[in-house]
Design a binder for this molecule. Structure first.
Ligand code: HEC
Ligand code: HEC
Ligand code: HEC
Ligand code: HEC
Ligand code: HEC
Length: 470
């Protein structure tokens, strides 16, 4: 049993030159490092506003009236529209968790960094000038609220940097995609682009670097070093499954790509999906997670009264990126282990939930650190005092122990037995996953969504360990 996969610090400053050289305008450094030094309510002069010529321009760089909106594409591309509509890409600006976090960041920086969180969630709105300091979601244009819509992706002409919305858009140009020699249409010109068959297309939004230089999300960086990249296996092969069908009702049959973009997220906002759509999406998420990791348990027989050493190994079966990946700081992936003796007494447990539905870590209101053995996979932020922190922009460090592709890690749990216990000891272990922790929703003032959080069991296993009288 190996322990090859050591915890590492995520904040290798991959993009330091960029972060300090281009995005941070001179004079902004102090204001960023110390949010309390910014004056609330004051209208900052333009030069104080965080900007980037490509993804957060000070002056509009595109005209939002040139976009037709997803519904218009749906007239011909019915399946693509139906699938995309239920995806997290269409949820990107609706998401109440996103909106609540953006609001807190807006307050922390008094409007000076208001475009930062919008770069990828609405590249159209950020570039059209719709997103301005102090903006409110309710007042945005409908095209901005469509989030990552059809035209956002299908106008991408090149990727200028593989993170922080480094995508160049050719507005008014042809619809670019994977079809060579697409049949002509009155609605738009078509152009084949190999970018659409490549992970690079996804990189610029899926790798996120905070203004401070902290790496927040890095599935593309992980993929680059993974066996999948060596075997030319792209993000699309798992997140955009192929099927045979017609791109429009009158087109000929060809290989198409599902636009559900299945991940781990399910919309918390009720009404975003119909009950049936939600259930179908829940199944797709469960299927993606199913088999993405394997647990193995190993223990030897002990005598009553002795300590049982349980070796728990978790292996990431995903060939392309870590488990978890992406927004690992919000995700919870943990081991639940429960041991019972032959008289059904629970003699040991870890990874169970407290009365608020939280794990027994730092954030438990019931009993902070009440679960001393808790094993979690993912990442967490700490602030300048080393204290855990929820928000990336208040964090100094980002620590990750998520599992690398095809790697496993073993932990040992020490299970006490009593002198009069009867064997065998029955041990059940589950690797559990949820997109959000209840405490985060409470901190954000969104307790009404706590009951909507789904827990998925990625894998489960049980063993019986004999108790041999000494
Ligand atoms: C009037 C019908 C119609 C409308 C409306 C329409 N398209 Fe198309 N589109 C087509 C046809 C026809 C094709 C070619 C399909 C084929 O060859 O199988 C096509 C092809 C495409 C392709 C593939 C291009 C390539 O070469 O890979 C993309 C991407 C695309 N459309 C996106 C869009 C988007 C985005 C919208 C909305 C802004 C849209 N379409 C609106 C008819 C339409
Ligand atoms: C071999 C199949 C496979 C490939 C290829 C793949 N993924 Fe994934 N992806 C998964 C599985 C399985 C999950 C669910 C487990 C997890 O969250 O890690 C997932 C989850 C995700 C999530 C949600 C993570 C979270 O917890 O919030 C994102 C985002 C994602 N993948 C992006 C990408 C990107 C970007 C690429 C290409 C660079 C990619 N994936 C390539 C299988 C794959
Ligand atoms: C997140 C980016 C993204 C969004 C949003 C998106 N697409 Fe696509 N689309 C792609 C990619 C990538 C491919 C090609 C996948 C491949 O070849 O591996 C594709 C392929 C297509 C194709 C070619 C046929 C096929 O299925 O391969 C059409 C048509 C299309 N998309 C239409 C749409 C429409 C209509 C919408 C909105 C309702 C939309 N797309 C939203 C990324 C996107
Ligand atoms: C223009 C930016 C952009 C591009 C390009 C983009 N994405 Fe996304 N993607 C997002 C955003 C933003 C979200 C999260 C929306 C939310 O949950 O609020 C997301 C969510 C997802 C999810 C769901 C994650 C979850 O936790 O459920 C998957 C899977 C995904 N994207 C895959 C892809 C793949 C594959 C590509 C490339 C073909 C791609 N994306 C290209 C911005 C983008
Ligand atoms: C570089 C592009 C990019 C930027 C900038 C960005 N996001 Fe996202 N965001 C994404 C992608 C991609 C996902 C999907 C990741 C996943 O599901 O693992 C996402 C998902 C989310 C989600 C929903 C899923 C989750 O659990 O986190 C929230 C909330 C969110 N982002 C908040 C923010 C906030 C707040 C900011 C500003 C501090 C921000 N984002 C800046 C690309 C971006």
């Amino acid at each position: 049993m190996s322990n090859r996969n050591r915890a590492y610090l995520v904040n290798r400053r991959r993009s330091q030159t960029w972060a300090l050289g281009i995005v941070l305008l001179p004079g902004l450094l102090l204001a960023c490092g110390d949010p309390s030094s910014s004056t609330p309510d004051a209208q900052p002069p333009d030069s104080d506003i965080l900007s980037d010529p490509l993804s957060m321009p000070l002056e509009p760089s595109l005209d939002s009236s040139k976009f037709k909106g997803a519904q218009s594409c749906g007239f011909c591309h019915e399946n693509h529209f139906k699938e995309w509509k239920t995806s997290m890409h269409s949820y990107a600006m609706v998401d109440p968790v996103y909106r609540a976090m953006v609001k807190i960041r807006q307050e922390d920086f008094a409007g000076k960094e208001d475009k930062f969180c919008l770069q990828c969630h609405t590249p159209i709105g950020t570039r059209s000038g719709d997103i301005q300091p102090g903006f409110e979601f309710d007042q945005l244009e409908a095209i901005s609220l469509e989030g990552v819509n059809c035209e956002t992706c299908h106008t991408i002409s090149s990727i200028e940097r593989p993170f922080n919305a480094g995508l160049a858009m050719d507005v008014g140009g042809p619809m670019r995609g994977p079809i060579q020699g697409a049949s002509p249409s009155s609605a738009h010109e078509s152009e084949y682009s190999e970018l659409f068959e490549s992970s690079l297309l996804c990189s610029s939004c899926h790798d996120v670097v905070e203004v401070s230089g902290l790496n927040l999300e890095r599935p593309y960086a992980e993929w680059l070093e993974s066996p999948a990249a060596q075997n030319d296996m792209q993000c699309q092969s798992c997140h955009m499954k192929t099927y045979t069908g017609k791109a429009t009702a009158s087109s000929s049959e060809r290989e198409l790509h599902e636009h559900y973009f299945v991940g781990v997220g399910l919309p918390l906002e009720e009404g975003f999906l119909s009950a049936q759509e939600f259930e179908e999406m829940r199944i797709r998420v469960a299927n993606l997670l199913q088999g993405s990791a394997t647990i193995t348990l190993d223990a030897s027989a002990v005598s009553p009264g002795q300590q049982l050493d349980l070796f728990v190994t978790v292996r990431n079966n995903i060939v392309a990126h870590n488990l978890p990946t992406g927004a690992t700081f919000n995700r919870q992936v943990w081991l639940e282990v429960i041991a019972t003796d032959a008289d059904s007494n629970v003699i040991y447990q870890t990874g169970t939930l407290d009365a608020n539905g939280d794990l027994g870590n730092y954030w438990s209101d019931e009993e902070p650190f009440g679960d001393a053995d808790l094993i979690e996979y993912g990442s967490r932020f700490t602030n300048e005092f080393g204290t855990p922190e929820i928000f990336s922009w208040r964090a100094k460090e980002h620590h990750s122990n998520s599992l690398s592709p095809l790697y496993d890690r073993t932990n040992t749990l020490f299970i006490p037995t009593s002198a009069n216990a009867r064997g065998p000891i029955h041990i059940e272990a589950r690797l559990r996953f949820r997109a959000f922790a209840p405490y985060v929703l409470r901190v954000l003032g969104l307790p009404q969504y706590v009951d909507r959080i789904e827990i998925f069991d990625i894998d489960s296993i049980s063993i019986d360990v004999p108790l041999d009288p000494a």
